[in-house]
Design a protein. Structure first.
Length: 273
């Protein structure tokens, strides 16, 4: 299984890198939209939403991404303010709503958790990926690496040292030692970015960079646990079977859904500062 996971991850990694550096904006937006549509299908399967609901979520999630991808940024006058509002709501959702949801083991019922949550997660993640790449393809790569490093560090630290369960009723395999491994890995990576990327060093002081590192791990964990709870409530191991060794699209992008709006908010803060 580990070998299969690695092969799939390498293939996805190469494809994403090529897309980031060589696709025009409209094609990158179309690719993001395709991933969003696949994620919508899996989400609706987990929370039992019918075809009409899928269409509503898909349209409201994808249309903003396609519109911004096909329109020069300078022609959308209110875009910075709209993005700021979208990122603020999304980050608040992951830092406050989701922990409450997980703590009380609430069933994902009602329009807020079934519809609003899906649209917010997918649209904010997609918009952040669009803006990060527009600003600099390397920023998009760095954002993806943060999520990958958090995931890989947590996996190996948990496998080697894991003893204390993080949320045994939601995801028995996750441990506090894995979280500590993720924190260590992301801290090292973000420190390297701060020391070797002048634009980041000039925009953020070191304490802010460290706070962002901790925030990144926190939201990645929330994204992972949230999807695990949805799968547990649905009685399935994976959200889908599209990616060999990884399950479905949601299984692969759960942490990214939570982290990308944070990265987008940081980029917007730097641009407006």
């Amino acid at each position: 299984m580990l070998k299969q996971r690695v092969i799939t991850a390498l293939m996805l990694g190469v494809g994403i890198i090529l897309a980031i550096f060589f696709l025009p904006d409209w094609a990158w937006g179309a690719l993001i939209s395709l991933v969003v549509l696949l994620a919508v299908r899996e989400w609706c399967g987990l929370v039992k939403i019918g075809v009409l609901g899928q269409l509503v979520i898909a349209l409201l999630s994808v249309l903003p991404i396609l519109y911004c991808a096909s329109t020069p940024r300078e022609l959308i006058e209110d875009l910075p303010f709209l993005l700021a509002a979208l990122y603020l709501i999304s980050v608040s959702f992951w830092l406050f709503s989701v922990p409450t949801f997980l703590y009380f083991r609430m069933e994902p019922a009602g329009w807020y958790w079934k519809y609003f949550a899906a649209i917010l997660m997918l649209s904010s993640c997609g918009m952040a990926m669009l803006e990060l790449r527009r600003a600099d393809p390397l920023l998009m790569v760095a954002a993806i690496l943060v999520v990958c490093i958090a995931d890989i560090s947590a996996f190996f630290a948990g496998r080697r040292f894991g003893k204390r369960k993080l949320a045994p009723e939601i995801s028995p395999g996750k441990t506090w030692e894995g979280v500590c491994g993720a924190i260590a890995g992301v801290l090292v990576f973000c420190l390297l970015l701060w020391f070797f990327v002048p634009a980041i060093r000039n925009a953020l002081n070191l304490p802010l960079m460290l706070i962002f590192s901790l925030l990144a791990v926190a939201v990645c964990v929330m994204g992972d646990l949230y999807e695990s709870l949805l799968k547990r409530e649905a009685g399935v191991k994976d959200s889908g079977s599209l990616l060999p060794g990884h399950g479905g699209v949601l299984d692969r992008i759960d942490a990214m859904l939570a982290f990308m709006p944070c990265a987008g908010a940081l980029l917007l803060f730097i641009q407006l500062a």
